[in-house]
Design a protein around this ligand. Structure first.
Ligand SMILES: NC(=O)c1ccc[n+]([C@@H]2O[C@H](COP(=O)([O-])OP(=O)(O)OC[C@H]3O[C@@H](n4cnc5c(N)ncnc54)[C@H](OP(=O)(O)O)[C@@H]3O)[C@@H](O)[C@H]2O)c1
Length: 325
């Protein structure tokens, strides 16, 4: 089968498309024909060896995938064969991959593989972040930093679906338009020196209740300072490459909370929680409250350049690779 292989932690440009043997499902695993594999900033960190976990070389990147089950290993439910499933694992940038059966969610007919592979991590993070960590309520106002990225777009969709007013912050007009098209009520340019003034204007006298922050750097403290009393700042990631430091007196003065949101860590600590959040994602899709989708689809051979574009801040939304096309 064809697969993208990482032989050294030297970044996306050194990834290679190769022919390797098909994986064999082990105990409790299923083998899937990968129809779609979502890519995120994390994949860029992984192939540079900059992620908190390093896979042994060589490896096939790609963590969130959807496809049809071809075979099952010992102890995995045989009735999964032929079903379309989605799950988080390893080696999704390939024509075939194995997943733990326990990590697989059977997809409803109307939930396309590309949309499922685009949403497992980012929508899981947004649902866990807003519902469980941020206790977002209808009528509250949310600021999404890095709003046109994969994580940001999911945050817009989920918080809007929960009845919030959503202000998107992004660096270019194209990106702000994409965030508005995804459902943000307003969009501001957070690369302007006085961007907090634009934020105050966008708030129209309302308080800022929740900050969704996958970017960090200098933006974090400025956003925290804009919170209303009782506000929650959700720490999601560090796409800017800088980890912000916050003077703790601000939390006291603002009566505001800084909340870390690590969906992956939460799901690893309790597998039942990962499954619950994925079920909640499907439920919200069924209810029509959210509409996950791939923002762009690409062939397997294009995966290295897509990862490079994410690292260079050039992508808009969530890219998905379709290895069978
Ligand atoms: N906590 C969790 O459970 C969880 C889950 C998934 C991902 N994450 C993290 O969330 C972050 C975003 O991931 P993503 O997949 O949404 O990435 P992405 O699609 O590449 O989006 C990141 C956004 O950050 C902004 N940005 C600002 N400075 C940047 C820089 N120097 N380089 C690249 N982007 C920059 C960009 O928007 P502008 O150009 O508009 O500034 C970009 O759209 C990553 O740190 C990732 O590790 C966390």
């Amino acid at each position: 089968m064809r697969a993208i292989r990482c032989h050294a932690f030297t970044g996306p440009n050194d990834l290679r498309l190769e022919d390797i043997p098909d994986p064999v499902p082990g105990t409790g695993q299923v083998l899937i024909a990968v129809e779609a594999c979502g890519l995120g900033f994390v994949d860029g960190l992984l192939v540079q060896g900059k992620y908190q976990v390093k896979d042994p070389l060589p490896f096939t990147p790609g963590g969130e995938m959807a496809g049809r089950v071809l075979a099952v290993g010992e102890g995995a439910p045989g009735d999964l064969v032929g079903k379309r499933v989605a799950g988080i694992g390893k080696g999704g940038l390939a024509e075939k991959a194995v997943l733990p059966a326990i990590a697989c969610a059977v997809l409803p007919e109307k939930f396309e593989s590309a949309a499922a592979a685009a949403s497992l991590i980012n929508y899981g993070t947004a649902i866990y972040g807003f519902e469980d960590c941020g206790a977002l309520k209808a009528g509250e106002t949310v600021l999404v930093l890095g709003a046109s990225g994969g994580v940001g777009m999911a945050a817009i969709d989920v918080s809007r679906g929960m009845g919030a007013t959503v202000i998107a912050a992004a660096s270019s007009e194209d990106k702000r338009q994409a965030a508005l098209a995804r459902g943000a009520h307003k969009a501001i340019d957070y690369t302007e020196a006085d961007w907090r003034k634009a934020l105050t204007e966008a708030l129209e006298g309302k308080g800022l209740d929740v900050v969704y922050d996958p970017v960090s750097g200098a933006w974090s403290e400025a956003a925290f300072r804009s919170l209303a009393p009782g506000g929650r700042h959700l720490v999601i990631g560090f796409a800017s490459g800088e980890i912000a430091k916050l003077p703790l007196n601000l939390a006291l003065l603002k009566r505001a909370s800084l909340v870390g949101v690590d969906w992956g860590g939460h799901a690893r600590a309790d597998a039942k929680e990962g499954a619950r959040i994925t079920r909640r994602l499907m439920e919200l899709v069924e209810l029509g409250k959210i509409s996950p989708r791939a923002d762009s689809v690409h062939a397997l051979a294009e995966a290295p350049e897509v990862i490079a574009a994410m690292l260079a801040r050039k992508m808009i939304g969530k890219p998905v690779i379709q290895p069978q096309v």
